[in-house]
Design a protein around this ligand. Structure first.
Ligand code: MSP
Length: 509
């Protein structure tokens, strides 16, 4: 068992719109990783939160006739309701309007200022309200932000505070070279290295004309630029600067999980801020892909969103989580299709795993009065399970969630093949095959149990139900418990309702 600590964070969401399947993808996959680490025995802290200080949030509040604070309170409820429905088990939820966060922002700015990394200058240039980012001419396509073609860019002319990002270019290039896993996947690292080698410009870190934000500690008339503010949540969330002991016990973060559109902020600006403030850098940043609908990324501004609440009502959280992990290689984009979700729910879960469990229990009741036979000393399923555990561990350690699911499902596939090959109903007719039938029945049930341990991080509720059906310890198993032979002989099982009811495929649209 490991005694390592694992501090994982997601990006904090802008609250100008409700969560959608695209933003949920990141939270679900982070939750799967956090649960896997708990399964390994790590001490885990999983932080999520909301990014409340931006112009677009303020505008969304005003449009509804609300003050930003009141609006953000409502949005916190809207977000956490969805995260709960999706079974996301975070340890803390930070909001950038909280005092603890504002304290951290003020302290970090004070430190980098004292370090000589902040100066005042005029900023004149484009600003995209969609990205909440200052844009160079080179970032634009036909005078528009490529990620927000529907939005007019704003021309800003302000006296702002600047952060000497340019000072950290060599440091960052060296850090990337030294820490091979700092930025993943490789494709993201290469993009960022190219950006780094092209040269870093100092960045504006305050807004003179905005009022909804954290005041700059050395210039109370200005507020901190929303990205500079937001990144600091990762240290504020573990007690910095007020609770040194707590901070020391969790920082540095082991993994910042963010979308591929915001790696530049996390892999360049954030490490430079930390270095300037004298704080250690996070261990790793992973830039995941987008959930796309058609050719476009799922996004409110493009009008291409799928509501997770409606999906949960139809498929349940576990089938959605399974689909999000299994459908695309983690790090690449996922092409969303409800038909694919329904196929996975029906073929992998209802027919694959659910049916295996129901059949195994029914046959046990029919042929052995519901009593689990002795653990076989040598059987193919034991070897299949041992290999699956190894593959699963390797894949999950490398954040290959699809590989992890496939390793776990290899146990189920093997067991279903065993049913076809061994035909237990035929064995039951021949008394000389009694021992063989005992072995097969045990293998089928035990395969379900072992798979449930590995699939627990992906489908926490259903895998708990599965273990309960097998009269096993339901809560928080350890990875070691996936090893073949855990199901106790002599246990009496009863008939169960289908674990994954079949779902009618969606109608063609
Ligand atoms: N507030 C900033 C993050 C600050 S972190 C210090 C932000 N917010 S966001 O609401 O626009 O996005 C939150 C996260 O969701 C980002 O990691 C973003 O990449 C991710 N996604 C937004 N749309 C997505 C998809 N369609 N698919 C996958 N992830 C998506 O950026």
């Amino acid at each position: 068992m490991s005694d390592a600590k694992f501090y994982i964070t997601t990006a904090i969401d802008y609250v100008n719109s409700r969560p959608h399947l695209g933003t949920a993808y990141e939270k679900v996959t982070a939750d799967v990783i956090a649960r896997y680490r708990r399964l390994r025995g790590d001490r885990v802290f999983f932080l999520m939160g909301n990014d409340e200080h931006s112009l677009k949030v303020e505008q969304a509040a005003r449009q509804q006739g609300l003050e930003p604070e009141a609006y953000c309170d409502r949005m916190e409820e809207a977000f956490t309701e969805v995260w709960k429905l999706l079974d996301i088990d975070y340890d803390d939820f930070i909001r950038t309007s909280q005092e603890r966060h504002k304290r951290a922002v003020a302290e970090l700015l004070t430190r980098i200022h004292a370090n000589g990394d902040v100066y005042q200058a005029d900023y004149e240039g484009w600003y995209c309200n969609g990205c909440e980012a200052f844009k160079n001419e080179g970032d634009l396509v036909e005078g528009r932000c490529p990620d927000h073609v529907g939005l007019e860019l704003a021309w800003l002319k302000e006296k702002n505070h600047f952060f000497r990002l340019s000072r950290y270019q060599d440091f960052l290039v060296e850090h990337y070279a030294k820490e091979a896993d700092f930025v993943r996947p490789e494709v993201r690292k290469n993009e960022l290295l190219e950006l780094l080698r092209g040269g870093l410009k100092d960045i504006s870190i305050s807004r003179e004309s905005a009022s909804w934000g954290v005041p700059v500690p050395f210039d109370p008339d200005a507020v901190v630029y929303v990205w500079f503010d937001a990144l600091i949540n990762y240290v504020a969330g573990v007690g910095w600067p007020d609770d040194e002991a707590r901070f020391q016990s969790w920082w540095p973060a082991d993994l910042h999980l963010v979308g591929k559109d915001i790696t530049r902020f996390h892999c360049i600006i954030w490490p430079a801020m930390l270095k300037s403030a004298g704080l250690p850098l996070p261990r790793a940043i992973f830039g995941h892909g987008f959930v796309n609908l058609g050719k476009d990324r799922m996004s409110k501004s493009l009008g291409t969103i799928v509501d997770p609440k409606a999906l949960v009502a139809r498929y349940g959280a576990d089938a959605i989580r399974f689909y999000l992990c299994a459908e695309a290689t983690f790090g690449r984009d996922l092409e969303y299709g409800e038909d694919r979700l329904a196929i996975r729910a029906n073929s992998d879960l209802a027919n694959g795993l659910g049916n295996l469990l129901s059949r195994a229990i029914s046959m046990l009741i029919k042929y052995r009065d519901g009593v689990v036979p002795a653990v076989p000393t040598d059987c193919a399923s034991a070897a299949v399970t041992a290999r699956a555990i190894e593959d699963y561990r390797r894949a999950m350690d490398a954040l290959d969630l699809k590989g992890g699911v496939e390793a776990a499902m290899s146990i189920v596939i093997h067991a279903n093949k065993l049913v076809d090959d061994e035909a237990p109903w035929a064995l039951a007719k021949d008394p000389s095959q009694a021992e063989r039938l005992d072995r097969v029945l045990y293998e089928l049930l035990e395969s379900c149990r072992a798979a449930s341990v590995l699939l627990g991080p992906v489908m926490p509720t259903k895998m708990r139900d599965l273990r309960l059906a097998l009269r096993c310890e339901a809560e928080a198993p350890r990875l070691e418990q996936a090893a073949f032979g855990g199901l106790a002989a002599g246990t009496r099982l009863e008939k169960i309702a289908p674990l994954f009811p079949r779902i009618d495929p969606p109608e063609e649209s």
